[in-house]
Design a protein around this ligand. Sequence first.
Ligand SMILES: Cc1cc2nc3c(=O)[nH]c(=O)nc-3n(C[C@H](O)[C@H](O)[C@H](O)COP(=O)(O)O)c2cc1C
Length: 327
Amino acid sequence: MHSFKGNRVVRDTGSTYPIFQSPMSWIARSRLVSAVSAAGAMGVMETSAGFPTVQEEYDAIRARTDRPFAINIAIKFIKDRPEVEKAVLDWALDGRIKFMTTSAGDPRRHVQRIKDSGVTVYHQVASLDGALKAEDAGVDGLVVEGGESGGVRGPDSVHSLALLQAVRERVDLPIVAAGGVVDGRGMAAAFALGAEGVAMGTRFVCSAESPVHENYKLGIVGAASNGSLAVPMGERAVIRVLRTGLSEAIARRDPDAPTAESSLDALYVAGRLDTALGSAGESAGLIRAIKPVAEIVDDTVAGFWREIERLSRLLDPRRSAGEAVRA
Ligand SMILES: Cc1cc2nc3c(=O)[nH]c(=O)nc-3n(C[C@H](O)[C@H](O)[C@H](O)COP(=O)(O)O)c2cc1C
């Protein structure tokens, strides 16, 4: 029987498996987070809406599962609302959770206070420079997002294959790999590159418990291998979204491209993939079906150990290397 005993991510989170569901505005709320945590992985609850939503969502998760879950603070998105920032932080650090993640911003803003409260914190970074700064700031671990990830990032981001190795070479903290992972094969690959855990965003958007409209999930299921693309978002960022007529027109800066509608109202709720952008990673091209969260988690864990066993057969001199690789 294989186990993750000794894995630092499992030690820090208290979850059974070193698998995170990524924080995603509006999506990473009670229904999805509780399903992920109940399945033995780490649900991560987003807090961008402030009160009363965060309290309601927290209570709803607790009513559904007693397994550990995390609270995420998207630093940049709440720092312009100081009263929300203070209220959410005071609330999150009043003893209700043991593990937090921070993302989108400078972790120095909160890390000392979080650690002084006895809470373990991993910070989400998208570059080697960001990883080194986060380590200096004193975070306990990193979520390292490659350029293939769904959602917003810098225009010159490095993809996971090189980025994870670059960070592992310089940083000793536990690494959770985000971007391009949908199953055990991707998880095993991330571990080979130096990660001790994985985070999945797009895969969980396309789960039965995800609150988004079915058209969005079917857009992910139908995505080709090159079914995502990065479109400009302001001057200094891009957002990786599903490839559609609209996203292609915006990406090529077509002057006749219509302005995308709000993703929350038009897509998540109303299912309009033709008028709004749907964040999704390159991982969308690997997703074949809408599945229940428990099945995603169980399949990922089983597939991970299957891949590790397959690769370990390379050590057996009685088998040819090719045989083990193809098994
Ligand atoms: C629909 C969607 C919404 C996202 N929203 C956020 C967000 O609000 N905050 C954040 O830090 N990351 C966000 N992300 C990025 C994820 O945290 C994660 O890094 C990414 O999904 C990993 O790549 P994957 O989609 O290939 O699994 C979002 C991703 C997706 C797909």
